[in-house]
Write a protein that binds this ligand. Structure first.
Ligand code: ATP
Ligand code: MG
Length: 366
């Protein structure tokens, strides 16, 4: 656990497209928050993604790897773009992302879905269903059917069969379970574990491990749900959820489903975590939006909210994190919108101006 006075080193990967614009605004907001809440951040930038391919021919160069490993946390904007789409797979920006996840041994992905009252018209669901929704999906990233061996297509009686094993070890479930219970503790202390234990043995093990782990977290209320029901409940009554934990495959599907509750790509943050005290990666869900790059049109709010997640889940700076979120809420309440979330009667602002509005609201919250 870090002491409040120690400087936290943050590796900053701006990446491509709108990355530098949204990151610049985000760092300004973080600096302001750190002044109010009395902690020190040291930002160190490094090339990553397409920008790194252009600079040194490698989407995740050794010096960037070194910096990330030495840092307390990694803040990432976004990578990719048409420019690099025709490179061989190993040289594409996205390969850098895989390398980053592997290097930092990130095994937990957090995707919050928080509905902003003022943006409810952007979602396809009814306001009475959406109002007050504030949940996070904790998805396991390194196991499950995506990694079960043997893989591939083989022959049986001269007919092809595709084959993937769904595998989870006790240790893997316990590891993701711990992250989820800790996340629930930083939120509203309700955890719903999603599995398919009525059909799958691997899910039965999942449930047993989560249940025995829950004895260490008596302050967190644990419930269970089958994945098919969870998929339905997310649409029917999403307010019932606080923290959801699930495996790689179910999490893949449920995270995307949950993000649709919010309606807008430019508002969705995410976090990927490894072991406690090792650096996690905090990044917006959206891509590099090359179509609007360099025009000061990008929505920086998902990146700002990702930085808020860093304060909460990496540094346990809960108050500062909540202040950042609240400032974002207030800006939306005041009617400021970037073009991606613009609607009639609202005030259109650019990326930089949106950042200034967030700073203004932060000052008012103090
Ligand atoms: P990736 O393949 O990297 O996941 P993508 O190509 O699926 O990304 P994005 O790059 O996220 O998608 O962009 C999809 C659309 O949403 C684009 O038209 C883009 O302009 C818009 N968009 C995405 N993020 C933002 C943002 N932060 N602000 C404004 N518009 C955005
Ligand atoms: Mg893309």
């Amino acid at each position: 656990v870090m002491s409040a006075s120690s400087t936290k080193r943050v590796a900053v990967l701006e990446g491509d497209g709108i990355g530098p614009e949204i990151m610049s605004v985000t760092l300004t907001v973080l600096e302001e928050v750190s002044r109010y809440y009395d902690f020190l951040l040291k930002f160190e930038k490094a090339p990553f993604g397409g920008a790194a391919i252009d600079e040194v021919g490698d989407p995740f160069p050794p010096e960037t790897q070194k910096l990330c490993l030495e840092s307390d946390s990694v803040l990432l904007a976004c990578i990719g773009g048409y420019k690099w789409d025709n490179l061989p797979r190993k040289q594409r920006p996205e390969t850098g992302l895989l390398g980053l996840r592997k290097t930092l041994q990130l095994f937990a992905n957090l995707r919050p879905a928080k509905v902003f009252d003022r943006l409810m018209d952007a979602s396809s669901l009814k306001p009475e269903v959406l109002k007050g929704v504030d949940l996070v999906v904790v998805r396991e990233l390194t196991g499950d059917v995506y990694f079960g061996e043997p893989k591939g297509i083989s022959f049986q009686n001269s007919k092809r069969i595709g084959y993937n094993n769904m595998i989870y070890s006790e240790d893997e479930v316990e590891r993701i379970g711990r992250v989820a219970f800790e996340v629930a503790r930083l939120r509203n202390r309700r955890l719903c574990s999603v599995d398919k234990s009525n059909v799958l043995d691997v899910s039965q093990l999942w449930r047993e491990v989560i249940v025995s782990l829950s004895k260490e977290y008596p302050d967190v209320e644990l419930s269970h749900m089958y994945v098919d029901n969870a998929a339905m409940q997310l649409i029917r009554n999403p307010r019932q959820f606080d923290t959801i934990v699930t495996g790689n495959l179910f999490g893949d599907i449920l995270s995307d489903e949950a993000s649709m509750l919010v309606g807008s790509l430019g508002m969705l943050p995410s976090a990927s975590l490894g072991n406690p005290n090792s650096p996690g990666v905090f990044e917006p869900v959206h891509g590099s939006a090359p179509d609007i790059a360099g025009q000061d049109k990008a929505n920086p709010l998902a990146c700002i909210l990702s930085a808020a997640m860093m304060l909460k889940y990496q540094f346990q700076l809960n108050e500062a994190s909540i202040a950042m979120e609240r400032a974002v809420h207030r800006v939306l309440e005041k009617g400021y919108r970037t073009s991606d979330i613009m609607s009639s009667g609202k005030t259109l602002v650019g990326c930089k101006e949106m950042g200034e509005k967030v700073l203004e609201q932060l000052q008012l919250i103090q």
